[in-house]
Design a protein around this ligand. Structure first.
Ligand code: 13P
Length: 253
């Protein structure tokens, strides 16, 4: 089954207002409808710039999403942002369970599941991130860990809802380290994740879900990573902050 590649930039807590808008406008100007017919592209700016980046990219065909959301609908949750607020300003997508949320802010599988549910209920599409830490890989627990994160993160979702979910496999040891997973490592993890999806739903549906790889993706390694089995795109951190390097990834061949 052919899945449309999905290349996304997670800007994390980087850029200022001017830099965020410049990057958004440069991407809009560079990415023609013919490129976007072949691959989906999205950016995930910091919350405070989201509204303006949505407007800068309106009608461009480039998706804009948030890096996080609250698991509650509304109310006394100081510092949080709801799914409805994201929809209200025109965001279409949200990251859930990024490794920095899990490991720096203690987000667990149950919270991630509530966030996925909340996002989908509001009409957002969701990128659910999973990934093992180095000691887990070294003790051969990669499949166990990412399978558990995937199963827990998707708990209670219907097949229709799964249709609005992308999975991002981001091995923690490869994030921001310059040490990307090899295509063999990425392919093995992705194929395992697709097998888990087939077990949770069915093989046909599992074939339709896109699984992005994330962790030190660069213009010079994207093509070999994309050639690995079951790798359908990339979630890019550092290399998404400069227009040339992100375009080099989006235009891989
Ligand atoms: P880097 O591309 O900087 O390794 O970050 C990956 C990532 O965490 C994307 O969400």
């Amino acid at each position: 089954m052919k899945r449309k590649p999905f290349l996304a930039g997670n800007w994390k807590m980087n850029l200022d207002r001017k830099g965020a808008l410049e990057l958004a406008r440069s991407l809009r100007d560079a990415l023609s409808a013919s490129v976007l017919a072949e691959r989906d592209v999205a950016v995930f700016p910091p919350f405070v710039y989201l509204d303006e980046v949505v407007r800068a990219l309106a009608g461009s065909g480039i998706g804009v999403g948030a890096q996080n959301l609250c698991d509650e609908k509304h109310g006394a949750f100081t510092g949080e942002v709801s799914a409805e607020m994201l929809v209200d300003i025109g965001a279409t997508c949200v990251l859930v369970g990024h490794s920095e949320r899990r490991h720096l802010y203690g987000e667990g599988d149950e919270l991630c599941n509530r966030k996925v549910q909340r996002a989908l209920a509001a009409g957002l599409s969701t990128v659910l991130c999973v990934g093992e830490q180095l000691d887990e890989r070294d003790s051969n627990r990669t499949d166990l860990v990412i399978g558990r994160q995937l199963t827990a993160g998707l708990k209670g979702l219907s097949a229709e809802q799964l249709g609005r979910v992308t999975i991002a496999y981001e091995p923690v040891w490869a994030i921001g380290t310059g040490r990307n997973a090899t295509p063999e490592q990425a392919g093995a993890a992705h194929t395992h994740l697709r097998g888990v999806l087939a077990g949770l739903y069915d093989a046909r549906l599992a074939q339709t879900v896109r699984i992005q790889y994330g962790g030190s993706v660069k213009p010079d390694n994207i093509a070999t990573l994309m050639a690995a089995p079951d790798v359908d795109g990339a979630l890019v951190g550092g290399a998404s902050l400069k227009v040339d390097s992100f375009l080099g990834i989006v235009r891989f061949h």
